[in-house]
Design a protein around this ligand. Structure first.
Ligand SMILES: Nc1ncnc2c1ncn2[C@@H]1O[C@H](COP(=O)(O)OP(=O)(O)OP(=O)(O)O)[C@@H](O)[C@H]1O
Ligand SMILES: [Mg+2]
Length: 254
């Protein structure tokens, strides 16, 4: 059965989508079957993998409201072994539509039951919020990857996220695990970047992935071509970092 991993941090711009796209692509080239679920109305993971988001008719919104099956919402991407359930801005509405539904936190979990066997990994790119879509993602997930940007205020909001994860473990999903904290946008020339790494490792020890994602301009360029870093520039530092992360994840789960 495939492992479902939510990539979450309610802090914006920390590298959730960059990690979702490029970890998915890296796992794919390492011959794992991957499904990426875009759970953010910004739909950056969808457009970043070349999906025309304006043309999305059945996506995460429809899967969450159970109007189509997850299987019917799956689209192939040009990235080997990577499929996606895309999103578009319509997804915003689901937060309101689900509010008075019974089992509102379980909509995604229920929708994924029939497809988990088809994949080795299902990655969920979460929005920068702790709203109902993110709650659905954390309830459906086996584990969470938390990207942390090596910048000012890196740890801001982390306590709140960890508390949310704890309460989900208590109420909805006792099996939910923290897969790892992932240090992103590291710049070895900056003292601050090095301080963040030291501080996060000091507090969280082995909860932190050994792989660190460096700041690499190629990672910022790739999405505008609708390509993962592996397709865009396989020799870049960014590609090497994400391939290493994929290997670390596979090793951890073997
Ligand atoms: N390692 C990196 N090196 C250089 N640029 C990066 C790196 N990681 C992410 N970026 C850039 O930083 C910006 C934010 O990254 P990203 O969109 O992945 O964050 P996010 O957490 O998904 O944001 P949001 O909270 O809005 O969903 C993007 O422009 C992205 O291209
Ligand atoms: Mg994002």
């Amino acid at each position: 059965m495939g492992k479902i991993i939510a990539i979450a941090n309610q802090k914006g711009g920390v590298g959730k989508t960059t990690t979702s796209i490029n970890l998915a692509a890296s796992l794919g080239v390492l011959e794992k079957k991957v499904l990426l679920i875009d759970a953010d109305p910004q739909a950056n993971a969808s457009s970043g993998l070349g999906i025309d988001v304006d043309a999305v008719e059945g996506g995460t919104y429809h899967v969450l409201e159970h109007s189509i099956s997850a299987k019917d919402a799956i689209v192939k991407t040009s990235s080997p072994n990577v499929d996606i359930i895309p999103a578009n801005i319509d997804l915003v509405a689901i937060e309101i539509e689900l509010v008075d539904k019974e089992d509102r936190e379980y909509m995604l979990k229920k929708a994924l039951v029939n497809i988990t066997d088809d994949y080795d990994y299902i990655l969920i790119d979460c929005a920068p919020s702790l709203g109902l879509i993110t709650l659905n993602s954390l309830v459906a997930a086996d584990s969470v990857i938390v990207p942390i940007q090596c910048e000012y205020f890196a740890l801001e909001g982390l306590g709140k996220l960890l508390n949310t994860i704890k309460s989900i473990q208590n109420i909805h999903n006792t099996e939910l695990d923290i897969e790892g904290l992932l240090l992103t946008m590291f710049d070895s020339r900056l003292r601050l970047s090095n301080q963040v790494v030291d501080e996060v490792r000091k507090h969280f020890h082995s909860m932190v992935f050994e792989t660190i994602i460096r700041r690499n301009t190629r990672l910022g360029e790739a999405p505008s071509f609708g390509e993962s870093i592996i397709a865009y520039d396989a020799t870049s530092k960014g590609a090497i970092n994400y391939l290493n992360l994929a290997q670390e994840l596979i090793k951890k789960n073997s």
